[in-house]
Design a protein around this ligand. Sequence first.
Ligand code: NAP
Ligand code: MG
Length: 403
Amino acid sequence: MPKIKVKTSIVDISGDEMANVIWGKIKTDLILPFLDINLLTFDLGIVNRDKTNDTVTSEAAKAIKKHKTGVKCATITPDDKRVIEYNLKKKYPSPNGTIRNILSGTIFREPIIINNIPKFVPHWDQPVVLARHAFGDIYKSKEIEIKKKGKVFLKYESDDKKEVVEKEVYNYKSSGVALSYFNVDDSIIDFAKSCFHYSLKRKLPLFLSTKNTILQKYDERFKNVFDSLYKKEFKKKFDKKKISYQHRLIDDMVACMMKWSGGFLWACKNYDGDVMSDLIAQGYGSLGLMTSELQSSDGKVLETEAAHGTVTSHYRQHKKGLDTSTNPIASIFAWTRGLTHLSNIDKNDALKKFATNLEKICIKTVQNGKMTKDLALMVGPDQKWINTNEFFLILKKELSSLN
Ligand code: NAP
Ligand code: MG
């Protein structure tokens, strides 16, 4: 069969360690034999980031902004140990942070559901997609320690000094602590737009959770921004797709999440998103089955990746020449979700079908009992596992029989 011709280029970001070995195999076994596609490849491996003084990371982000679709392999965020291990010039920031700052979008995390893989929450048979507002709140807070009696104030002063608002926070009778944090409307609006666009694209009902009964100005602002945008720009589109938007108290939302069977998008404030994304990942089971997408507020730019890291422990085995049983599914889904976005830009039905088929093949293979060790351990002691190369061989054979 001839390869599927793809007109629009895709930004391909390679990364580190075992994740990067898998990334290479995805391209050589599952993408390039079937697609006639132009890959704009950026090497974000830690060695090249060091060599380029990390300029390669912002170049990659700018390329995604320009070409609209990027797929990214997991990368090392160096700590002190990594600086020594790779003899780095400095402790570079997280590439994901740099890319997110340039694309300024929202991250959506989604579990991949396979019905023979047991979940800790067994009735979650559809995904809970979680969107985290990754700006402000406690992550940009100022905190102080109070040593003795005295007052703490919250004060705002406009640049022209004409407006001053000052409130006493607390009158301390003894030692204690205090904290202040902030957010800005532009960021909340961008977050809301990203969520509405994502809901529409995936045909998922949307819920925003806040604690607006307590924070009647702060959290109420989140609710108001979502409510008014929904009424003005999105309600008709939601009605057409038979989906809805609702605000719920965070307490009520966590209870619903446990009761419901999934199948919705949950917009979380920054801290809630940080905590709940790990809870949801664990509820569904495996890091090897969790994807992560960064989408711009207008829905036009998409960067996709697996939610897991570079899988260092497996890479150590791999370097000794040993086979590993590393799960490539989340990385493969990074490609299929990126290719689906590209198929809309390219108006390319054959490409869309290819991406859907590749996802179906991954799921079918696991359902047929062929899986990597992480999943087999979840199924039970009698479940056999295969290594990564064997898993790729099956996928490639299945894809070839379709194309
Ligand atoms: P990790 O790479 O996600 O691995 C943690 C453990 O989870 C692994 O040791 C492995 O458990 C299991 N695991 C994760 N992905 C798996 C897969 N695909 N198949 C099978 N098992 C899998 O997290 P980490 O060890 O904390 O971090 C390693 C490096 O990744 C760090 O340098 C960190 O900076 C980076 N990181 C990058 C990203 C990103 O680029 N988005 C995200 C997170 C971390 P077993 O060893 O028990 O098999
Ligand atoms: Mg966290």
